[in-house]
Design a protein around this ligand. Structure first.
Ligand code: NAD
Length: 326
């Protein structure tokens, strides 16, 4: 099998290069993202391998089918960026990595919470400059507070284990509650109302798009913490900015953003940023933005390569496609 690999970064090669040789799979690494303009690069390949900010729409699936591409390999869990129905209509398999290290993302969500709460990022810049003043860096105890977890799948469950370790009370919302977790589920409105910390761990779907917007922000406690490591579009950014201006939030940690494409994973430090919302968000002292890196541990990156290549191998050998997205 020959794979056209889009949005390549140096760290992708660490595991994919040696492992692909073991499978007898040939990979051509392209640095460009996958989009309508770059999709012709996949001509002559059996599969393409894409990441979170690449996209494949209906017209592109038709083009891929004409080029003889049979498989789309997502090296991530979410698949909101691929028109899965159009791919199926054009006879193209879509496979993903449903789980690699839920702990990696949950631990990162907790890192965001601890950072925005205790201002360690700001303390670092102060002490590095020998400014040992701690004014403005007061946090709050997490112990005994209520954490609202939206989405109790793999990452949500890992997050619950961590939050419990901090002595927090857990309430959760998930349309498919899991009785085995021994936690209290409630309506989504009540989770928004009762929580001191809200952490989002549901996928992006038509139902969850803008799950955090003006009306739901209004339900939240004053001084709430909001953490999003799932997908940017779960939050309506304009409304988040308005909530921040109204001083609703004690802290907001965002590993994802609705307009990540072309900005996240890139060095844009010499450019004029024309995204007004992103520019505004980064001015708030109580907002921490990271570049979609919750997954970024050695264990997770290795597991992503393993599963992606297993998926490719299953296609080339005609085996059962257990990670196919339907
Ligand atoms: P999962 O499929 O194991 O769990 C998702 C949970 O969300 C399920 O329990 C599901 O029932 C629930 N859910 C579905 N619709 C919902 C709704 N309307 N409201 C509340 N809950 C709902 O997925 P996971 O492995 O836990 O991953 C969760 C999300 O995390 C992924 O969809 C992806 O967007 C994101 N993610 C981010 C990173 C990162 O690097 N930041 C890495 C991996 C995954």
């Amino acid at each position: 099998m020959k794979i056209a690999f889009y949005s390549t970064k140096p760290y992708d090669r660490i595991y994919f290069e040696p492992m692909s040789r073991d499978y007898g799979i040939e990979i051509r690494f392209f640095e460009v993202p996958c989009n309508a303009e770059t999709v012709p690069l996949a001509n002559g390949y059996d599969a393409l391998c894409i990441f979170v900010n690449d996209y494949i729409n209906e017209a592109m699936t038709e083009q891929l089918a004409r080029m003889g591409v049979t498989t789309i390999l997502l090296r991530c869990a979410g698949f909101n960026n691929v028109d899965v129905k159009a791919a199926a209509k054009n006879g193209i398999h879509v496979l993903r990595v449903p789980s690699y290290s839920p702990e990696a993302v949950a631990e990162f969500a907790m890192a965001l919470l601890l950072t925005v709460n205790r201002h360690t990022h700001r303390a670092f810049t102060r002490t590095r400059d020998f400014n040992m003043n701690i004014n403005g860096l007061m946090g709050t105890d997490l112990h005994g507070k209520t954490a609202g977890v939206i989405g109790t799948g793999r990452i949500g469950q890992a997050m619950i284990r961590i939050l419990k370790g901090f002595g927090m009370e857990i309430i959760a919302y998930d349309p498919y509650p899991n009785d085995k977790l021994g936690i209290a589920y409630d309506t989504i409105e009540n989770v928004f109302k009762k929580s001191d910390v809200i952490t989002l761990h549901c996928p992006l779907t038509p139902e969850t798009k803008h799950i955090v917007e003006a009306k739901t922000i209004e339900l939240m406690k004053d001084g709430v913490f909001l953490i999003n490591t799932s997908r940017g579009d779960l939050i309506r950014t304009e409304d988040l900015i308005e909530g921040l201006l109204q001083k609703k939030f004690a802290g907001v940690g965002l590993d994802v953003y609705d307009e990540e494409g072309g900005v996240f994973y890139e060095d844009r430090s010499n450019d004029i940023i024309d995204d007004e919302n992103l520019a505004r968000l980064s001015t708030f002292p109580n907002v921490l933005i990271t570049s979609h890196m919750g997954f970024f541990t050695k264990e997770a990156v290795r597991a992503i390569a393993e599963t992606t290549l297993e998926n490719a191998d299953a296609v080339q050998k005609g085996l059962e496609l257990k990670n196919e997205v339907q």
